[in-house]
Design a protein around this ligand. Structure first.
Ligand SMILES: [Zn+2]
Length: 454
């Protein structure tokens, strides 16, 4: 009886992770992600899956990012009734991210209907906040390293991927075959997350390739962040830091706590964390001690270094606070969220600063700022950009090309085949080339929808 693997997402692109494993009339999905980014990709979220959701027996989630988990509410809405397996921290993050995703889908559909630019009348959300909350009930948690049986006779276990809190790689054993899924791999030298664990031997490996064609510069976040914030504070300015709510915001808080402890930043410099999702995610670090590099005291320092502004009124009140300060707020690319009203207020004054902390996708306000734009369109107005714009080369949450190669090379034996996924075409093909030429293993970049027997 053969084991087959079908690539229903993250093949030739970074988002939409969904791998269907089938054997002897049973099937499960490894990851259940949304396609994100360009419109032709997002439209794939509306295509029916090649199998009926109620014929899928289980879902195994490697981590909570929406491009790995965000399709789950739709799968459940369309009839999936199996169990969803994840680590406890992934479940905790999914409880924050999935309802928010549903809320955004509803708001987008509502906006399209009010402005009449939907081709369908009326525009319908992919799923609602309530659908997302319903789907969370299907999640069963299993600790890292503990074997479980998602389908009778199929065994699996998660092991650390070091990417974000709860993120795992996965070994699946079925029909005498062993398949390793890398999930998203973090970098071994991350300030918050533990290094990815060594993978066990397998017949097939599905490996991500987000940075398959790039090396991260050697960097020191403290050395980059400290002098910029100090310079801004010294001239009485406010630093606005657009940051991703899960991962990046916590890395910044941890770095700022360190800088204050080392007296490299004034102890009384007010720091605000102005994002409800980021506040929730920050609290999870102390609930998951041992799953990241911080001890209880460091979690405490990270949480107490900033004033957490939960309500919209508290957020607006930040503007009443005169003198130097730092405001960390979402979204990371200034595409929406509370950070917009801070940018509108602080961009026109040259004493202020905008600190960009991660990848800025083309077309976003973050990209306009990064490329030296002199004005920024927000809420129907053009805001002049006079504040200093600083871009951190920023710790990425993904392993680079050499780190991916090192993770593969640490496998106890050569797999029959490596499937290179979760990358733009150039990045995936570069990693495939390196695997074939440096390791002499068989590697390929599967096409979207293709099916392979293992
Ligand atoms: Zn991820």
């Amino acid at each position: 009886m053969t084991v087959t693997l079908r690539f229903l997402g993250a093949a030739g692109t970074v988002t939409g992770s969904k791998y269907l494993v089938e054997h002897d009339g049973h099937s499960l999905l490894v990851d259940c992600g949304l396609f994100q980014g360009y419109k032709q990709l997002r439209l794939r979220n509306r295509d029916p899956l090649p199998v009926m959701p109620n014929h899928i027996h289980a879902v195994l989630l490697t981590h909570a990012h929406l491009d790995h988990s965000g399709y789950l509410p739709l799968l459940a809405k369309e009839g999936f009734r199996g169990k969803v397996w994840s680590t406890p921290a992934t479940r905790d993050l999914a409880q924050i991210l999935l309802p928010d995703s549903g809320h955004i889908q509803e708001a987008d559909a509502d906006f399209a209907n009010r402005h009449g630019f939907s081709k369908h009348a009326p525009a319908l959300p992919l799923y609602t906040e309530d659908d997302a909350r319903q789907s969370l009930k299907l999640i069963r948690t299993v600790p890292m390293g503990k074997a479980f049986e998602p389908i009778k006779g199929w065994t699996a276990h998660f092991f650390g991927a070091g990417h974000i809190l709860g993120a795992a790689s996965l070994l699946l054993e079925v029909g005498g075959r062993r398949i390793v899924f890398s999930g998203d791999l973090g970098r071994p030298d991350d300030a918050l997350m533990l290094p990815p664990e060594r993978a066990p031997a397998a017949d097939a490996v599905v490996c991500e390739s987000t940075y398959g064609d790039r090396e991260h510069p050697v960097e020191d976040v403290l050395a980059e962040l400290g002098p910029s914030l100090k310079r801004c504070a010294a001239r009485g300015g406010t630093a606005v830091v657009p940051a991703f709510a899960v991962g990046r915001a916590q890395a910044l808080l941890h770095a700022i706590a360190e800088l204050k402890a080392r007296h490299e930043l004034p102890r009384d410099l007010p720091i605000y964390l102005d994002s409800p999702m980021a506040i929730h995610s920050t609290g999870l670090f102390s609930r998951h001690i041992g799953e990241h590099r911080l001890d209880a005291a460091q979690c405490q320092a990270m949480e107490s270094v900033a004033k957490m502004t939960r309500t919209a009124d508290e957020s607006k009140a930040i503007a009443m606070q005169h003198g130097p300060k730092v405001i960390i707020s979402a979204s990371g690319m200034a595409t929406g969220g509370r950070v917009l009203h801070h940018l509108a207020r602080y961009l026109p004054d040259h004493r202020n600063m905008v600190l960009l902390t991660g990848y800025q996708a083309p077309g976003t306000r973050g990209a306009t700022l990064a490329s030296g734009g002199t004005q920024l369109r927000m809420h129907g107005q053009d805001i002049p950009v006079r504040a200093e714009v600083v871009q951190l080369t920023s710790a990425s949450a993904h392993a680079d090309s050499n780190q991916l190669m090192a993770w593969l090379q640490a496998l106890p034996s050569a797999p029959h085949r490596v499937f290179v996924t979760h990358g733009d075409p150039e990045a995936s093909d570069r990693l495939r080339y390196r695997i074939e030429h440096e390791l002499n293993w068989r590697a390929l970049v599967p096409e979207h929808g293709s099916m392979w027997s293992i």
